[in-house]
Design a protein around this ligand. Structure first.
Ligand code: ZN
Length: 323
């Protein structure tokens, strides 16, 4: 995957949310502003990571942690919003050599973190021979380090009464095992891909709807769940914090619905899937070009992949018709 040279060659790697909450730009494939790993300073020392990204970006994580004087040895916990490889691929590589490190993941995702073979099989169908270059090594997380979580759980990180509490909400739609975390200390809702893709400071939210899990009614409920959390800010893994949760979620809801309708209406044209996906992709890229400044477009166009989103939405409608 070649990237256009429109980006700052030395973007910041460690960025602040507040004094004890920050994030690392892992610089996936050398690209800035695509994968953001949330970092929480824990009382009593150590760090928690939210969505560490793939193993191919481990160097980026280490560089970002290093910018603040930390290393992977300081990581006490990894919290996953879901197990797609762009979010969770490095988890086993980080966790396996560190038996005291805890990994949190929704109960439906937990078995696949401990044994990624089925996950890798389905990813290979999607990514083919690009698989290894994109994601690198995917190691299993030792079972005793995996904590299966569910809607309504609270995760306490760090020692004593000062422990940092994160409330867990089940937020399916993008993936059937997706959760979001409300960090009570910072008021940040780590929303994974449920709130779509949007780069900090850019006013454009991109739905990310790849196959096979897309579920529109569930997604709608999840957007309401994020609203009910009443966070001070939303944090998208792609990419970064947003201080206008209500406007963001409204934009996501409206655009998700519009994209889904576009895909459904396209079926009536009777063209083949390839032609429909291409037309959809081109139209959405023109939309991105209208709303996103050129220097910040790479993550939307190269990784947001509206073409994949067409396939995810098409599958959703067809599966529903069959049922
Ligand atoms: Zn993602």
């Amino acid at each position: 995957m070649d990237l256009p040279e429109t980006q700052d060659p030395q973007p910041a790697t460690a960025l602040s949310i507040d004094a004890r909450t920050w994030y690392v730009d892992v610089q996936f494939m050398g690209a800035a502003e695509y994968i953001a790993t949330g970092v929480l300073d824990l009382p009593g020392g150590g760090l928690a990571l939210v969505d560490p990204g793939p193993a191919t970006a481990l160097e980026g994580i280490e560089k970002g942690l290093g910018a603040r004087g930390y290393a992977l040895e300081d990581v006490r916990a990894v919290l996953l919003t879901h197990i797609h490889l762009d979010h969770a691929g490095a988890t086993g590589t980080i966790a396996a050599p560190r038996p005291a490190l805890d990994v949190y993941v929704h109960a439906r995702g937990a078995p696949h973190v401990a044994d990624p073979s089925r996950l890798l099989e389905s990813a290979r169908r999607l990514y083919g021979d690009q698989m290894d270059a994109l994601w690198g090594e995917v190691r299993p997380v030792p079972e005793e380090q995996v904590h299966a979580i569910e809607d309504g759980d609270a995760v306490a990180l760090g020692k004593g009464e000062e422990a940092r509490r994160l409330r867990v909400a089940y937020t399916p739609g993008h993936a059937t095992h997706h959760v979001s975390y409300l960090d009570e200390a910072s008021g940040t809702a780590f929303a994974g891909d449920t709130a779509g893709q949007r780069t900090t400071g850019v006013d454009y939210v991109l739905p990310v709807t790849p196959p096979p899990d897309v579920d529109l009614p569930a997604w709608q409920d999840s957007l309401d769940t994020l609203r009910q959390m009443d966070p001070e800010r939303l944090f998208c893994t792609h990419f970064g914090p947003h201080d206008d949760p209500e406007a963001h979620l409204d934009q996501m809801e409206t655009r998700l619905r519009a994209w889904a309708e576009d895909v459904r209406d396209g079926f009536e044209e009777g063209a083949d899937d390839e032609a429909l996906a291409t037309a959809f992709d081109e139209e959405k890229i023109r939309q991105i070009e209208r709303h996103v400044p050129e220097v910040r477009r790479t993550p939307y166009v190269h990784f947001g992949r509206p073409r994949e989103s067409w396939h995810g939405l098409a599958r959703y409608w067809r599966t529903r018709e069959e049922a």
